[in-house]
Design a protein around this ligand. Structure first.
Ligand SMILES: O=C(O)c1ccc(O)c(O)c1
Ligand SMILES: [Mg+2]
Length: 631
């Protein structure tokens, strides 16, 4: 299977685009004409450069306003096409994309357009070139792939074929099953893009909001299944017009594209085995996640002592000390927290950059080996560092932005805790915390699509709709990613400005990181009592919040009083209820959350987030003072 991406999909100049596309692992490139025209090099030199980087020049596009023109304009269009054929021959590209006309003088009529294409096919054939016809969703007369196909069919020329683009089909709500009727060898090229469902003008939506398959809401997998069912054996290529990507990092966007495409084709192969997806390396299915195995903090000195104090006040006990490293294990229920005070290695690097921070998360998965294999096939890098005495080689990868994740399964490595840690028997009463409910990653808004793609392509996890959270100083976009039974839940919080709480956390800490961890209890009132006895200090909330709760929900007055007394927040959905309790911030702006889910409540208390953020902000030092001291 040949994979491609259009130059228009990523930022930078043509050279930067070529480098990033080649580095990400694609087979080829679609040259978007503007990118080529802006380059100083000759077509031959550009073609050579692309091939030297290991890429094929798969497609030259777009050629606009060709078909259906009245006489004089028609002749000009053919001349224009000949000039572009010249360029293509120099470039070493044999396929041109012609998108359906938007010309105000273009005439309709399928036979007229077919005759134009038959004539152009002749000219192309003389030079050993081919042309493909794509229906733009906003084309003047042709805006549906079924009409474009009828024109190609009637043109009946071996050098004239159809080009399909998932956006134009799915964006118009055309059933992709209709593609199954087209002969695969008449489909010359396939472009893929997803998009978030937003009700707006098709052209504007397409030119600004496309994103990678899996990042949006369109049925791109169904589209591609139908394409493969035709016997299509040509390239599968991404064509993403996106304002954010145009301003992003070429490497990141190209890597995301590759991850998206491989994961999509893997899914197509699974769902449509008879379609015979060729030359796609075998890779394990998206990996089921079972639980959060551990959360590891990098902490040293005074910051370490403070964190130990906070963990004790949350009912955690130190249960182990690493056999060879300055690392301790803290437990409660099924929760494991690792405190790493090493002065070399990944944790030390993280501490040097951020101070006290979560530097690693461990996930329990069905197969750790499969997880690493799939992650690498999708472009992730394995992670390892020299093993100390007595240490076990736990499979790990680099997540995005330098983060690290370890994977533990039920195999030989599951007894890592007994092997690597000497037990410490500090007896102390727990506070009823049972497991990690969710992990909240904070990032800049631009990183959200990358992270949601990372989680949903590697693991058997689904993304929930985006929600907006109001911070007094700006907006936070929030999206949850969860395993089907909620075994692991991640929330991605994207800050648009550095003035928001999440944004200032980022400004201090360099890149996406985990800002809070939510721990589950089965009885939040009992937990709140137990914590109080241990000296835990809850985040104080405004009394107005509880008055509003009384107005919005039918809560028993005694329960409301208990919530008010213990600073417990509340939310409910159709399935159940949700209770939340926050710690005060520590190490700058990190915090813990304690939650109780009753019934099948599926959310994260998003309606409460503005009040939590305002409460946290009240505790920040006055503006102008440093918010984080590196301890
Ligand atoms: O927005 C456009 O004009 C445009 C151009 C070329 C394409 O392949 C396409 O899908 C859209
Ligand atoms: Mg297209």
């Amino acid at each position: 299977m040949k994979t491609g991406i259009a130059t228009v999909s990523i930022s930078g100049n043509l050279e930067e685009k070529i480098e990033a596309i080649a580095a990400a692992g694609f087979t080829g490139i679609e040259i978007f004409e503007q990118d080529f025209i802006a380059d100083i090099r000759s077509p031959a030199a550009v073609g050579r450069r692309i091939r030297e980087s290991g890429l094929e020049v798969m497609l030259f596009q777009p050629f606009r306003d060709f078909e259906g023109l009245p006489k004089a304009l028609r002749a000009k269009a053919f001349e224009r096409a000949e000039r572009k054929f010249d360029v293509m021959q120099e470039l070493g590209c044999e396929l041109m994309l012609i998108c359906s006309s938007v010309h105000p003088e273009a005439l309709g009529g399928i036979d007229r357009a077919a005759a134009d294409f038959a004539a152009l096919g002749e000219l192309a054939a003389k030079r050993g070139l081919r042309v493909g016809y794509e229906a733009l969703a906003w084309g003047r007369h042709v805006n549906d792939h079924r009409d474009a196909w009828e024109i190609v069919r009637r043109a009946d020329h071996p050098n004239v074929g159809l080009i399909l683009d998932s956006f134009h089909t799915l964006g118009r709500g055309i059933d992709p099953e209709t593609i199954r009727r087209i002969p695969g060898d008449k489909i010359f090229f396939v472009q893929l893009a997803d998009a978030p469902l937003i009700d707006m003008d098709l052209l504007y939506w397409s030119r600004h909001f496309r994103n990678m398959p899996g990042e949006g809401d369109l049925a791109v997998t169904d589209f591609m299944r139908a394409v493969m069912a035709t016997g299509y054996a040509g390239p599968v290529s991404l064509e993403i017009f996106n304002d954010q990507f145009r301003g992003g990092s070429p490497e990141t966007i190209a890597r995301d594209g590759y991850r998206s495409l491989i994961s999509l084709m893997d899914e197509v192969r699974r769902q449509e085995p008879e379609a015979g997806v060729q030359d796609l390396p075998a890779l394990p299915a998206p990996v089921p996640v079972r639980d959060t195995a551990f959360i590891e903090f990098a902490a040293q000195g005074e910051g370490l002592e403070k964190l130990e104090g906070l963990l004790s006040s949350l009912g955690f006990r130190r249960t182990g000390r690493h056999v060879s490293k300055a690392v301790t294990l803290w437990q409660q229920g099924d929760i494991r927290i690792v405190l790493n005070a090493e002065t070399t290695g990944h944790a030390a690097n993280a501490w040097n950059v951020r101070g006290t921070t979560i530097c690693d998360i461990g996930l329990s998965v069905s197969s750790a080996a499969d997880t690493v294999t799939r992650a690498e096939a999708l472009g992730a890098k394995p992670f390892s560092q020299p093993l100390g005495p007595g240490e076990m080689p736990i499979p790990a990868i680099r997540g995005l932005g330098g983060s690290v994740m370890h994977f533990i399964d039920e195999g030989a490595l599951s007894d890592v805790w007994d092997v690597e840690f000497l037990p410490e028997g500090e007896a102390a009463a727990e506070a009823g915390l049972t497991r990690v409910d969710h992990i909240a990653q904070t990032m800049s808004y631009d990183e959200m699509l990358s992270w949601s793609l990372f989680w949903t392509t590697l693991f058997d996890m689904e993304k929930a709709p985006m929600v907006d959270v109001v911070d007094p100083d700006g907006l936070i976009r929030s999206r949850a990613i969860a395993a089907p039974g909620g075994e692991v839940r991640i929330t991605l919080n994207g800050a648009e400005t550095h003035k928001t709480l999440a944004g200032s956390f980022l400004a201090e800490g360099l890149g996406a990181t985990i800002q809070h961890v939510a721990l589950a209890t089965e009885d939040i009132f009992a937990t709140a009592e137990a914590l109080k006895a241990k000296g835990f200090e809850a985040l104080p909330l405004s009394p107005n919040y509880f008055d509003d709760l009384a107005a919005r929900f039918d809560l028993a007055p005694e329960m409301l009083e208990k919530m008010r007394a213990a600073s417990i927040l509340y939310d409910a959905d159709e399935q159940g209820e949700f209770f939340q309790l926050y710690s005060k911030p520590f190490a700058g702006q990190m915090f813990f959350e304690i939650v109780e889910r009753r019934g099948g409540y599926a959310g994260y208390g998003a309606p409460n987030a503005p009040f939590r953020i305002a409460a946290l902000k009240r505790l920040q030092p006055p503006k102008g003072m440093p918010a984080i001291q590196k301890t």
